[in-house]
Design a protein around this ligand. Structure first.
Ligand code: ZN
Length: 309
């Protein structure tokens, strides 16, 4: 069994418009853009990272904005809702803020006995905020959202599956334990770390998702370092999973594998972090390119749509 996973590292989705995506995450949700780079596998597309002050693992929502990409069709085999934690008693503030920003599908309900505010991002991507009094992570306050209300980081993420059995087995193998059930949703958590929870929503009659703008591309789990990542890779491969080699993503090292339910999982290291190539005070401001694409800088700066902060 795997014991090295410490919760979520990041969630990566697709968007249709970089400017709208940037405005939503920085100006509406108040996150910090901690990196402006490109998709290392397709450098003519941005890779934008939003999180807390340092882009701490467990706080980082990332996007590939493909200009004019059609919206995805929500369904099974994907992450349905990405959930952020906010301080207790702040959902009223967020409801007002999101209403003023004309955010779509704003709705209030409870999930596992906790107040939840759900809403859609600019591409119909589904998010929720939940109050968590025990979450002491400091939020980013640089975009005018004060520290007493700011998003702390991820609370959890929810996968929609037609058949949950194999994915539940996989999560348990990855060190998650079933901690609660409510209706069609089963909640799993790792014993320690941040953003510890994953929900599985079982929807046997829902068609398979069609990926597009607003769809989660993959979900990444955190391990402390490269040594732990190699241990996890070995254990997964011994169990029959097809896992990629270790890939250098500049700000972390990554391995990927497809889960039985169709969701793409990544295991990412907490090292070296987003201050690897930029001063902490200026994270996310300049276009940062990996060494292998630096020769394309002139071309990319012309091609990539401008993002006005
Ligand atoms: Zn990733």
């Amino acid at each position: 069994m795997i014991t090295q996973i410490k919760g979520l590292h990041h969630v990566t989705s697709m968007a249709g418009n970089a400017q709208a995506n940037n405005a939503f995450f920085t100006k509406v949700l108040g996150l910090r853009r901690v990196k402006k780079t490109v998709n290392f596998d397709a450098p003519d597309v941005y890779h934008l990272y939003y999180g807390d002050a340092a882009g701490t693992p467990g706080s980082v929502m990332t996007y590939f904005p493909f200009p004019d990409m059609p919206r995805g069709r929500p369904g099974t085999g994907e992450v349905g809702t990405t959930v952020f934690a906010v301080p207790a008693g702040t959902l009223g503030f967020w409801q007002e803020r999101l209403t003023q920003a004309a955010v779509a599908n704003l709705a209030h309900d409870t999930s596992f006995g906790v107040n939840r505010l759900s809403f859609d991002g600019p591409d119909g991507d589904h998010f929720a905020l939940v109050e968590d009094a025990d979450d002491t992570r400091p939020g980013w306050t640089g975009n005018g959202v004060h520290g007493d209300v700011a998003i702390r980081g991820f609370h959890s993420a929810s996968m929609r599956l037609r058949d949950d059995a194999a994915s539940a087995e996989l999560l348990k193998f990855m060190g998650y334990q079933e901690i609660a059930r409510a209706g069609t949703v089963t909640r799993f958590a790792v014993p320690s770390g941040t953003a510890r929870m994953i929900d599985i929503e079982t929807l046997p009659d829902m068609p398979q998702a069609g990926q597009g703008a607003g769809s989660v591309h993959h979900i990444a789990f955190a391990v402390e370092n490269r040594g732990k990542q190699l241990e996890v890779r070995q254990t997964l491969m011994e169990t029959g999973y097809q896992v990629t080699p270790v890939i250098d993503r500049d700000y972390f090292w990554a391995i990927y594998f497809r889960t039985p339910g169709g969701v793409l999982f990544e295991i990412a290291t907490n090292e070296p972090g987003f201050d690897r190539d930029e001063d902490t005070a200026h994270l996310g401001e300049a276009l940062m390119l990996p060494t292998q694409h630096e020769h394309l800088r002139g071309q990319l700066e012309t091609l990539l749509p401008p993002i006005i902060d």
